[in-house]
Ligand binder design. Structure first.
Ligand SMILES: C[S@@+](CC[C@H](N)C(=O)[O-])C[C@H]1O[C@@H](n2cnc3c(N)ncnc32)[C@H](O)[C@@H]1O
Length: 345
């Protein structure tokens, strides 16, 4: 096997040690495992990455949590995960299930949809003028953040909303709240190059499988979010963030459109990012529009930022707003990439 692929596994050992210690330990063994080449043989290069292989195995364990390997997975072991060496069991599982793992890594790509980001979107929407809104989530993945008006939010001072899925978001500075009220969303649409259909149980299981097992709390809230979505799905369409942006805005129902991007623009190259910003500005010149973004300036060049923040690392939250053709830009907050906290500026 080309060394670059093994290098991905070696690098993953260090990069995931804190947030995914289970995968970090297994990745060290995989990097030197002779069977790795065969397992990834059918996968295109972008799919020959540790997270895709880990998701494939997790996907199979979610279908059969009685498999002995599942005892090492904190999200599957009910708080009693085996802390011994998981690598021998993992490699044996891969050898025993090689045909299924091979097919999954060849046909799937890692996919995330972080419902915790609904918290920061609700915060930003609370800073925009009130009124019915038409929500377009661009790079929506499975569409979970299109449910933002149906969830509940705890900011450390109280709970906003009536859902049993309560997203925790610690808000600073002291005395500030996440938002005064939930937004009123009158129509909604998700646009994604590779949307997942959560009403299809295999897509739903793949999204769950892409969560790292050490992050058991994320796994639990994702599961509940999927259940809520499936009970009342939001519409999604397959399309490109640039080429299909205009038609997606035009397809929205009543309400001033609010386009949202959360950890999406980094998937576009610099030219496509500029085109995206230009198309949005073109629409804003023609009709009232808001764009709420939660992105990291270190990987996105087109955010409307003061010079001091250009290229900075943390996830920032802000908006651009067009009213009667006049544009206003604001940076609102710094936030956790998954919405666990938000610090207002
Ligand atoms: C990291 S995920 C974030 C998903 C979601 N916004 C969230 O915060 O949970 C990035 C998403 O962008 C989508 N994407 C990447 N390039 C795209 C493009 N050119 N047009 C539309 N969607 C794209 C991917 O398919 C993926 O679903």
């Amino acid at each position: 096997m080309a060394d670059p692929v093994r290098m991905r596994f070696r690098r993953f050992v260090a990069s995931s040690r804190k947030r995914a210690p289970l995968y970090s330990r297994i990745s060290a063994a995989l990097a030197d495992w002779p069977g790795l080449e065969e397992l990834l043989a059918d996968a295109p290069d972008p799919a020959r990455v540790p997270v895709n292989l880990f998701a494939a195995v997790h996907y199979l364990l979610l279908a059969d949590p009685a498999e002995p390997l599942a005892r090492f997975y904190p999200n599957l072991a009910g708080g009693r995960a085996d802390t011994g060496d998981p690598a021998p069991e993992f490699l044996a599982f891969c050898a025993d299930h090689s045909a299924e793992v091979r097919e999954l890594v060849a046909t799937r790509l890692p996919q995330t949809n972080e419902v915790g980001r609904a918290s920061v979107l609700v915060a930003a929407l609370g800073e925009l003028p009130r009124g019915p809104r038409a929500h377009l989530d661009i790079g929506a993945s499975a569409g979970l953040n299109l449910m933002l008006d149906r969830l509940a939010y705890s900011d450390g001072h109280g709970v906003l909303g009536g859902s049993d899925l309560v997203l925790e978001c610690t808000v600073r500075p002291e005395g500030r709240r996440l938002a005064g009220e939930l937004p009123v969303i009158t129509s909604r649409l998700g646009l994604d190059a590779n949307p997942l259909d959560l009403t299809n149980s295999e897509d739903a299981r793949w999204l769950e499988a892409c969560v790292w097992p050490d992050q058991a709390d994320r796994f639990v809230r994702l599961r509940r979010a999927i259940e809520l979505f499936v009970a009342d799905p939001a519409p999604l369409r397959r399309g490109d963030a640039v080429a299909d942006l205009r038609s997606a805005v035009a397809a929205l129902g009543p309400g001033i459109p609010v386009a949202t991007t959360t950890w999406m623009l980094c998937y576009l190259d610099a030219g496509a990012q500029r085109e995206f910003a230009a198309v949005l500005a073109g629409i804003g010149a023609e009709r009232d529009l808001d764009w709420v973004w939660a992105e990291s300036p270190s990987v996105v060049d087109v955010l409307p930022l003061p010079d001091a923040l250009v290229g900075s690392d943390p996830t920032l939250l802000g908006y651009s707003s067009w009213r009667d053709g006049r544009r206003t830009d604001r940076v609102l907050a710094q936030c956790h990439p998954h919405g666990y906290w938000l610090t207002w500026w």
